[in-house]
Design a protein around this ligand. Sequence first.
Ligand code: IMP
Length: 435
Amino acid sequence: MPAIVILGAQWGDEGKGKATDLLATQHSQSGAGTQIDYVVRTSGGHNAGHTIVVNGEKYATHLLPSGILTPGATSVIANGVVVSPEALFRELDGLLERGVEVADLKVSANAHVIASYHSVVDKVTERFLGKNQIGTTGRGIGPAYSDKVNRLGIRVADIFDEKILSAKVEAALDVRNQLLAKVYNRRAIAVEAVVEELTAYADRLRPMVCDTSLLLNQALDRGETVLFEGAQATMLDVDHGTYPFVTSSNPIAGGVCTGAGIGPTRIDRVIGVIKAYTTRVGSGPFPTELFDEDGEKLQRIGGEIGVSTGRTRRCGWYDTVIARYSARVNGLTEFFLTKLDVLDTWERIPVCVGYEIDGVRHDEMPMTQSEFHRAQPVYEYFDGWGTDISGCRTLAELPANARAYVTALEEMSGAPFWGVGVGPGREQTIVVHDR
Ligand code: IMP
């Protein structure tokens, strides 16, 4: 039964960890087991950012699944992830140095590798794009995925066979070096240096590497609970997001199947995490973006600064068109609404209920990106509640206007609300519809 997907329903940074916390708490209280057995990353790489709070201490992870700080749960980096061994061990060592107990970690033999040349290429490409840049995290994610699709990628298993590794690195660098030297005016990268860089991790990596598709399917056969933890988000999906201002993988629910090697029929719940307003980092269209005091206030009160890059996030109002779109392309069984408390001090809260594009009203996502770039939000206005809601633990305890806001969003978003976050703490959650 229990294969659960938690993913971002907007442009990322929705607070997915909060939904994971509620799931872990409910699961341990249900008698179904003491905890979630597997926490799995299926796409992206160290471009993500999770903040985990354990015993009041804050830890940030980028590549490691959030389950890494839950001993007893196995953390899995599945085949769809692009793995920088350097980032992997830097994060692991960072946790070990702080004396925390880390969970068992498994890495797919088929996951693709990010070597240092991928981030070099990421950065020079962005510089070259000038004003058309994507605003990537510069971590080499796009170049690693493009090598994968070009069939020039290095997989984790290749690190253990130096002869194969050398041949693959040589093939990968062949055209890349021509580009670096002749187009970007950079020094070519030596094959031997990359082989040395990657084989240096072989001994530490070997015991972690396995067939993670087999591992996870067998766990599901035994009735264990597997949490597929999304990174990035729906609107950053390379197929369904705001292309080309997207990441290079499929963070939507469908990406979980390809990224982990499990069939769609195995998934029981797909939870879309969505903020009570909207944020985005990097470039690209964002219809409800605010350029005024309200935007600055959302940024300040919401602490909207990227965990991964330290960049300030662009802020805007809740967009029900995006919510409905997300519910549709992910087949969401429910939403988890986060950061409602950030809106405590507004007298009037606008909510985008549709777009106007070239004089035509759209209730659903327009068909083309160029229309989306011209979308003007159509707002409905809700009365604020003007009081601190961070202590509320039930829907009934919320002020009437906050309840009306949540109910209206739920009606317009295309899937039931499972829970609502009213503060950063683990316990600051309201369960709306129990599962
Ligand atoms: P890349 O994933 O580094 O290639 O960046 C592509 C786009 O996705 C950029 O706009 C990034 O800011 C955005 N992005 C990547 N990872 C995250 C994330 O974890 N949260 C929010 N945005 C992200």
